[in-house]
Write a protein that binds this ligand. Structure first.
Ligand code: FMN
Length: 370
């Protein structure tokens, strides 16, 4: 029997992708279409003519919100506007679609589509984060937006949605941001990593249908919709990876781990002590340790270097699968752009242009076939 999908549509130019999704998958799924009033403005005349699209209560009899919710195996909101996301987050039921959603007791798939500024608006971020506790937030991805802009907010593509529904893709850990090694209860040593490249990779992998555990420095923002785990020190980072490692297919070790650890003093070392010496000890190579104990997991290490050397010695000592190298003298920490080389244990396999970190993520994932 075909799976019954109730496809929710809302007021976004990206509704054309929903048309495509329905056309491409009508053999595979039984669809019912339910649009907000505004969503109808973004569907083609041809699509409206050739499909039944529920929207207005007055055209229906009985209690369609109950019937539609009970009919559906899955509900997918594709595309989900900022307005609809907020209404769902607050439990508002002022039209047929939102009333039907309140009648449905399973998690729903919510695929945001909007301009980056709208998506990054603090209220929308908070609503998406809230919804992610009970529902699947899928995307948005980085890419082309309305009026020729580019950014984070693009609706995932129909083939990506299909992969997600078929749960074809596995679990991946992405680590991101700097570690903090405590000198005493007040002071730390850290580094200038912004976490932007790791964030971009996590967003892109999630849009491609992978289940992401985003292990990020406590000082940088989580990503709404993903399984977010925060860390402080490098030891904490290692423990968080190990706690989440079960069934992991790959680890993208984008976090900038301190090269050294410090023997922590308790309290606060006072200036009145005069000159002090702090002893640094070389840190464990976390990704090398993890690869040696979990050889089945694909490990992708990142090397921030002050030159363009293809560090085959490094990848061979770590024994990881791939090393992504960037030169931080050319693309400084915190910059929105990056330029990377990817090596395996023998060869240079990819060299990028200098590009936006979101585009670099796409290049890395295409090269490594994710
Ligand atoms: C041309 C155009 C494109 C729009 N695209 C989007 C969009 O992609 N995402 C979004 O959240 N709002 C978009 N809006 C604004 C929504 O349509 C508007 O907030 C509307 O009230 C949403 O209603 P709904 O959530 O009930 O569908 C767009 C508006 C216009 C005029």
């Amino acid at each position: 029997m075909k799976k019954k999908i109730l496809l929710g549509l809302s007021g976004s130019v990206a509704c054309s992708k929903a048309e495509l999704f329905v056309k491409q998958n009508s053999e595979k799924y039984e669809f019912k279409l339910l649009s907000t009033y505004s969503g109808l403005n973004y569907l083609s005349e041809q699509f409206i003519k050739s499909n039944t699209i529920y929207s207005d209560w007055s055209e229906l009899t009985g209690s369609p919100h109950i019937e539609l919710a009970r009919w559906a195996d899955e509900i997918i909101i594709y595309p989900a506007s900022a307005n609809l996301i907020s209404k769902i987050s607050f439990g508002i039921a002022d039209d047929l679609l939102t009333s039907t959603l309140l009648m449905f007791s399973k998690p729903i798939y919510i695929c945001p589509a909007m301009h980056e500024e709208m998506y990054m608006n603090s209220q929308i971020q908070s609503n998406v984060l809230n919804l992610s506790k009970n529902h699947y937030i899928v995307g948005p991805r980085h890419g082309n937006l309305d009026i020729g802009d580019k950014g984070l907010g693009r609706l995932i593509e129909p083939d990506e949605l299909l992969r997600i529904l078929n749960k074809l893709n596995g679990k991946i850990i992405v680590t991101s941001g700097p570690t903090y090694e405590e000198i005493d209860d007040v002071k730390v040593i850290t580094n200038k990593s912004s976490g932007k490249q790791g964030r971009a990779l996590a967003v892109e992998l999630s849009a491609r249908g992978y289940e992401i555990v985003y292990i990020h420095a406590a000082s940088i923002d989580p990503i709404p919709g993903l399984n977010n785990v925060s860390f402080h020190s490098s030891n904490d980072l290692k423990n968080k990876i190990l706690e989440n490692i079960k069934s992991t297919e790959a680890i993208f070790m984008t976090a900038a781990v301190s090269d050294f650890t410090v023997n922590k003093s308790s309290g606060k070392i006072s200036r009145s002590n005069g000159n002090i010496s702090i002893e640094f000890e070389p840190n464990e190579d976390i990704i090398a340790t993890i690869k040696s104990s979990h050889p089945e997991i694909k490990c992708i290490a990142f090397s921030a270097q002050v030159n363009d050397e293809l560090s085959f010695n490094k990848i061979n000592s770590k024994k990881v699968d791939y090393l992504v190298i960037n030169n931080i003298l050319k693309n400084k920490f915190g910059s929105d752009t990056n330029k990377v080389s990817i090596i395996d244990q023998q060869h240079l396999i990819f060299e990028s242009e200098e590009l936006d970190k979101n585009e670099i993520s796409r290049d890395i994932l295409n090269t490594l076939e994710y």
